[in-house]
Every structure is written in C-alpha cells, then in structure tokens.
Design a protein around this ligand. Sequence first.
Ligand SMILES: *Cc1c(COP(=O)(O)O)cnc(C)c1O
Length: 217
Amino acid sequence: MFEKMVDELKGAGVQLVAVSKTKSPDQILELYHKGQRVFGENKVQELVSKQEALPADIQWHLIGHLQTNKVKFIAPFVAMIQSVDSLKLLLEIDKQAAKCQRSIPCLLQFHIAEEETKFGLSLEEAEALLDSDAFRGLQHVRVAGVMGMATFTDDETQIAREFRRLRELFAALKARFFAEDPGFKEISMGMSSDYRIAVREGSTMVRIGTLLFGSRS
Ligand SMILES: *Cc1c(COP(=O)(O)O)cnc(C)c1O
C-alpha cells in the first residue's frame, strides 16, 4: 500500500503526511524504515512523547486543534502546525518560536465542510487576521498555506466542491497577501477516503492515516 501510494503521489507532486495518531512507535518505525519522514499527529501529548522516542529526523506536523497553553511543548521541534485557526494562536506560536530562536511554518485551517462540526476560519476571518498590525509584526511564524477537511460523506460531488472552495480560498489569499511570497504554496487537503478527489482538485499535501496503518480502534 505504502509504496504504491508514494509512487502515485510523487507522480502528482503531492507530499504525503502519514497520520500516525493512536499508532505505536513501532508501527511508525516500520514506515520510517521504508523511507517516510513526515508524520502527523493531532494531540500534543502524544506528539511530544513520540518525538522523544523516535528518530530525530522525523518531521512532525500537528494536524489537530491546538490550545494556546500547549504551544510551548511542541515549539522546539514541530515542523509544521497545520491547524491555526485564530490570531491569538498565531501570536502564541510566534512567541514560543522566538524563545527557541526558530521560525515555525503554519497553515491556516479553513472551515470548508458543509457540516457544522469542524474547526476552521472563514475567508473573512482569515483576511482580518492577515490584515491586522499584530500579524504583520510576527517574525517567527511563516504562513505556508491552507488546510481543510471535507464533509464525511459518500457524495463525491460535494467533496470535490468543498476542496475546490479551499483551492479558491488559497488563490484569493495568495493574490491579496502573498503574491510576492513563494513560501505560501501549500494546500493541505485529502484523507484516506477522499485523497484522490483532493489531488484532482489541486492538493499539494495529503494527510493519510487509515490507508497506511489500518483503522483506528
Ligand atoms: C485523522 C486525521 C486524518 C487522517 O484520517 P484517515 O481517514 O485515517 O486518513 C487527516 N487529517 C486530520 C486533521 C485528522 O485528524
């Protein structure tokens, strides 16, 4: 499964984030030894303990909701925070990254699903954030793109429509705020059940757990 998926994604120029939440260090090492280096976790505690136990050249992405009081635990090592959904959170990431003398790549998480349950910004909220003086002063975060999750449904037309919406949000922000910044380039969308649709709709980064590791109990 892994090799086939890597080939398929490489052909499309899409980065694979292996979502290892609930999986053991040994299961992660198995993929590591096949060459995978980018892993995604959704809980801070779990991320920290796996980072301590596993090889230092793994690039860890946080993909789940992040509380400001937990940023300090991951700031020293996290490779990307994909789930930024407020200015307050971005300010705290900047503050903690400064203490570590590093700059942390972040994605703005958007609410694209038509269902009500998921976290994320609206276009208006993102524009207000990027327009603010507080944001412009930040030196230790790098906004590298956008992230979103489609509705959990069998309706592929709806999923494609939601992913298209994220691509359009990306393009709107790119034109207005990041026209001169080649670092703003990521559209993180697509999970086990919908990644092929996401790739067709312009994903640059997919986050896949179940298809690589088996289902979570
Ligand atoms: C769990 C999770 C994934 C991966 O889901 P699978 O269906 O197991 O591929 C992707 N993105 C986020 C934000 C997740 O929490």
